[in-house]
Every structure is written in C-alpha cells, then in structure tokens.
Ligand binder design. Structure first.
Ligand code: DGY
Length: 336
C-alpha cells in the first residue's frame, strides 16, 4: 500500500514537512482563510484523509462528493463544522483534539471575567488616548472583586471543570448546570448543581462552557437573559450559536444585564460594524480561547496522532463518531 494521500487545509506551523511526509503523501494548502465548499470538494478528490481547522465546513454536500475519504482529523475540540451523521454514514472517521486546549481556554475564560470586573480594556484605552487626567481618585475606574461573587458555569465538561478548579483560588461561590449531575465533581470542587433558570437568576457571572449541539444551540435566548440579574455578566468561550445574539444585543443595550465578555459569535468573523462592537459594556475577542503556543502545538500533534492511528488501524484516542467502526472496521497496518 502506498502512503495515504492527505489534504491539509492550512499550514501546520508546529510540524516540519518531514514530520508529515514520512508517513503521508501530503497536499498542504497555504492560506489561513477558510476553504470554500467547491474548493474543498475539488481538493478532496482522490484523498484518503484530511486535516482541517474549525473554519472549514465539511457539509453533507461536501462529504457526498468524496469517494476515497476515510478520515477527517480536525485540529479543534468543537466539531460543529463537520456533518458527523453524513461522515458516519459514509464510513469516514472524524477525530478531534478536545484535551489539548482545556487549560488555555479555562485560563482565557478567567482572563476575560477579570477584564470585565476590573475594566481592563477601558483602562488601557484611557491611558493610550491621553484621557488619564485626574491622577488618582477614590471612585475613579471602580470595578469589583471576584471574591464573594457567585459564578454559574453552564456545562461541566473538561473546560467547565477546569474553570471551576481555577476559580477555587478566587473565593467565589460556584454552581453549575449540565445535562447530567456530577456528584463527584460537586464534592471535589465544592460546586453545587442548579437548574439553568436558577443558575441564571442567582449568578453574578454566568460562564458558558458547553459544546454546540442540537440541545445547546440557542439555549440562551431573551427569556434566559432576562432571568439574569441587572448587575450580572455573561461570559462565552464555547460557541456563539449557544446564545441568541440579537437578544443579547437587546438586553445589553437596555442594560438588563451589566455586560458580556465574548470570544465567540454566531457568525465569525465579526467586523467593527457589528452591533456588539457598538456597545461599551462588552469585551470582544476574535475566537482566541485556545490561542497559546502550548495549546496550539498540542492540538496539531494530537490531530496527527489521531490521523496516524486510524491509518494504522488503531483506535485513535479521539474518535468523535465511534459508530463508524461498525461501518468501516479498523484494520491494523504497519506504517513507517
Ligand atoms: C475548538 O477547538 O473548538 C476551539 O473553539 C478553538 O479555540
């Protein structure tokens, strides 16, 4: 058997060409921009596998146009850019890198909470724009401490749990909601389980850590936002589509909640003409929760490990659609 033919949709800067070409026959695209559906179909012709980013949409239409594709290894935790049901039906293994970015995203969630509570971007802008006039004043640029506040985490998976662990050091009172109750985590993290509505109504900070699914899409709409306190902040490091963005803009404009810190949006990228970018009570960042050298390197290495494992017929650590194994059972093959 020749080397598997692999499409790599973007440069994988943490690897050398040698790392890739030793085992695979690689076609690597050199743009950082998303690949459109037609180009993807064209590039996938005759490929056995693909390594992609979350900006590349593997829709049912794209997958239906493939003949030889056996693996899609995504350099991401989220897989909402891949039609998993279609991939499974076509016997295509889909893998992701869910553990590599946990710590970076959790640190980032706390960083943007602090950006809100201590008005960090506003403070920086004041100094740079020459508006720092008064020197020092008792009420100048007042923020508030995290200590003593109630923090509600929606979704206690890897990232939610890491956020809760780190917040332990801030003396906050922690609660969570999730599809399933996690009694062990409740004990070890000192976190209490609440319904979504109760969590929204009592929290000073609500942090969204769920992955995007049919159950979580749009789960935070106007009704849910209006349950929050007027003094409360919303933080989102998961996927923009979990929140109904138009409702969020409305409640922020009407000051029905105090503010939001958002790393993810319904449709990315957003420009400076986006309604959220017109508001003062929000912190915005360009989907960079996992953007650390440590996480990105680990994500790339995990993606290549997943890809190699599937071609060697070994159960990769992160198969997102294990049902595919019935359709296309793994066969052990020794690669170089
Ligand atoms: C992912 O991998 O799903 C993250 O959103 C990347 O930051």
């Amino acid at each position: 058997m020749g080397k598997p033919r692999i499409l790599v949709t973007h440069p994988l800067v943490f690897l050398t060409d040698e790392d890739l070409t030793r085992r695979f026959d690689i076609r690597q695209l050199d743009s950082e921009l998303p690949i459109g559906g037609e180009q993807l179909k064209h590039e996938l012709a005759g490929k056995d596998g693909a390594v992609c980013f979350l900006i590349d949409r593997f829709s049912a239409d794209v997958l239906q146009a493939t003949n030889d594709l056996k693996v899609i290894s995504s350099v991401s935790a989220g897989l909402d850019h891949i039609d998993l049901a279609e991939a499974t039906a076509r016997g295509i293994y889909v893998t992701n890198t869910p553990t590599a970015l946990t710590n970076s995203v959790a640190e980032f969630a706390i960083a943007i909470m602090l950006a809100l509570s201590r008005r960090i971007t506003e403070a920086d802008a004041i100094v740079r724009s020459g508006q720092w006039k008064g020197g020092w004043g008792l009420t100048y640029m007042l923020g508030s401490e995290l200590k003593g506040k109630s923090v509600g985490i929606i979704g206690l998976g890897r990232i939610g749990t890491a956020v809760a662990k780190k917040l332990g050091a801030f003396d906050v009172s922690l609660s969570y909601c999730s599809r399933t109750r996690k009694i062990e985590a409740e004990q070890s993290l000192g976190i209490r389980y609440l319904s979504l509505d109760d969590l929204l109504s009592i929290s000073d900070y609500v942090i969204i850590c769920v992955s995007l699914s049919d159950q979580t899409r749009g789960m935070i709409g106007e009704r849910e936002l209006l349950l929050m306190r007027e003094s409360a902040y919303l933080v989102n490091v998961s996927r923009g589509q979990v929140i109904d963005e138009a409702s969020l803009v409305k409640v922020l404009r009407e000051k029905k909640i105090a503010g939001a810190a958002l790393d993810v949006f319904e449709k990315e990228p957003i420009g400076n003409d986006h309604p959220l970018a017109q508001l003062k009570n929000v912190f915005l960042s360009p989907h960079i929760g996992s953007a650390t050298k440590e996480a990105r390197r680990a994500m790339v290495l995990d993606a290549i490990e997943n890809l190699t494992a599937i071609f060697e017929g070994i159960e990769a650590p992160n198969i997102a659609n294990p049902e595919v194994m019935k359709r296309r059972p793994l066969k052990v093959v020794k690669m170089l």
